[in-house]
Design a protein around this ligand. Structure first.
Ligand SMILES: Cc1cc2nc3c(=O)[nH]c(=O)nc-3n(C[C@H](O)[C@H](O)[C@H](O)COP(=O)(O)OP(=O)(O)OC[C@H]3O[C@@H](n4cnc5c(N)ncnc54)[C@H](O)[C@@H]3O)c2cc1C
Length: 425
């Protein structure tokens, strides 16, 4: 560990209440960001030589998710609105037991907890005799059949969480749980330096000048399609640091900012003004909940061709309801009604659609993808990244393109890449 440094904490102190809305792009280069200061309702354009997006994952696309309500993938939405791709959006890690409704994770199967279905069966043994309850499931109950004193002594957090979030006394009843989004492997494609990637007309990687991403918002793809516990904080730490290093190496102190057009960000302001005045009968919360339920039922752990096809149709119908949306608060200051709608509409445009489209594309070719019982690998067909573009985010069409994976380490002499193997349970 190195010595602590005040600069590492400065951002937390000075960040204030700016909510990032859109990137300011010119000729394919990122020149800054437009943001709303929620405290006084003012809109600001920040010019930047280098912009790092670290806005977190998109777990809130689903009904059940362990992460914060802010994890609606705003950075991903900004990237899509700038005409750039998102990568591998269908790679979503589910935690088997999240408390129904709140999504709080219930761990500790090691202490002897297990999963029951509605018939009271320990059904996971049928599917995965070894991994059993560690595998993702559709919905079930996690039972604490353990003696009360063991629960109070070893699992005080779980009994308290179950009581608060599901009203259950774990010494008497099972906790209602369902698979809960825990990490998003997909996101903004980046190099190991944190530089954001797109592809050129020939499908070759090209760096987007001025733009970086790190953490759950990004898809540097060290996790591939599967993230293991304790790895993801490293994502933000390792690649956040890589961004800082690369910026330091490539930015000359005192360099003047590039000029931005007079009206840079005007589209964001117009969009915000439109939704601020919207007065339809539909509420953002209702549309969002319906969308999250569709994602949970049709595009979660068990995915079939028909569930995905159905999901796309339902999502299209839900998306149309934005035409009738309305908010009540017309002010600009700390207007949660307004930014929740902005945030949801932008996010919906930008990622719930590509997520489903990418799932759909993969399922068309490999009907069992997404299920836990794949019996063979088909690396020839599937060892590649899926990119989704939306050239007009207000339309429902998503264009998919593919990128090759990087199968070697940075220094093969020092450390050879580990070949992927079949996963068995
Ligand atoms: C319950 C739980 C347990 C976990 N346990 C582990 C573990 O044991 N080990 C591990 O490695 N990982 C764990 N993870 C995952 C890990 O915490 C996350 O992957 C990691 O925090 C992501 O970091 P991040 O900085 O990329 O995003 P976040 O921590 O989500 O931070 C994103 C930030 O961006 C802000 N933001 C979003 N949109 C905007 C906007 N438009 N404008 C301004 N600000 C915005 C958000 O408010 C937030 O502060 C866990 C996650 C959860 C939820």
């Amino acid at each position: 560990m190195t010595e602590d440094d005040w600069r590492w904490h400065m951002y937390d102190t000075v960040k204030g209440s700016h909510w990032l809305l859109d990137l300011i792009m010119q000729d394919g280069e990122c020149l800054g960001v437009i943001a709303l200061n929620m405290e006084d309702g003012k809109l600001h354009r920040f010019r930047a030589h280098k912009m790092v997006l670290a806005t977190g994952g998109y777990g809130r696309a689903y009904f059940s998710c362990t992460s914060a309500h802010t994890c609606s993938g705003d950075g991903n939405a900004m990237v899509v609105c700038a005409g750039l791709p998102l990568q591998d959006m269908e790679f979503v890690q589910f935690h088997p037991p999240g408390i129904y409704g709140s999504g709080c994770a219930v761990h500790r199967f090691g202490e002897g907890g297990y999963l029951l279905n509605s018939e009271g069966e320990r059904f996971m043994e049928r599917y995965a005799p070894t991994a059993k309850d560690l595998l993702p499931v559709t919905s079930c109950r996690a039972l604490s059949h353990l003696p009360a004193e063991v629960i109070y002594e070893r699992l005080p957090g779980i009994s308290e969480t179950a009581s608060i979030f599901s009203g259950v006394d774990v010494t008497k009843e099972p906790i209602p749980v369902l698979p809960t989004v825990h990490y998003n492997m997909g996101g903004i494609p980046t190099k190991y330096t944190g530089e954001v990637l797109s592809v050129d007309a020939q499908g070759k990687d090209k760096v987007v000048p001025g733009l970086y991403a790190a953490g759950e918002a990004a898809c540097v793809s060290v996790h591939g399609a599967n993230r293991l516990g304790a790895n993801s904080l490293l994502d933000i730490v390792v690649f956040g640091r890589a961004c800082a290093h690369h910026i330091k190496e490539t930015l000359a102190p005192g360099a003047p900012h590039k000029a931005i057009p007079e009206d840079a960000g005007i589209e964001s302001i117009e969009f915000m003004d439109n939704i601020r005045k919207s007065n339809g009968p539909e509420s953002t919360a209702k549309i969002r909940l319906d969308m999250q339920r569709v994602m949970q039922s049709d595009a979660a752990v068990f995915r079939t061709q028909s569930s995905l096809d159905e999901g796309v149709q339902k999502l299209r119908a839900i998306y149309k309801r934005f035409d009738d949306v309305g908010i009540k608060d017309r002010s600009m200051i700390w207007n949660t009604d307004l930014w929740k709608l902005w945030n949801f509409e932008a996010s919906c445009n930008a990622q719930f659609k590509p997520l489903l489209q990418q799932l759909l594309a993969k399922n068309r070719v490999v009907p069992t993808l997404g299920k836990i019982f794949l019996t063979s690998r088909d690396d020839e067909k599937w060892m590649k990244h899926t990119l989704s573009f939306q050239h007009n985010p207000s339309k429902l069409d998503v264009k998919l393109q593919y990128r090759g994976i990087i199968g070697t380490t940075l220094d093969e002499e020092e450390c050879k890449a580990v070949a992927p193997i079949k996963r068995v349970y």
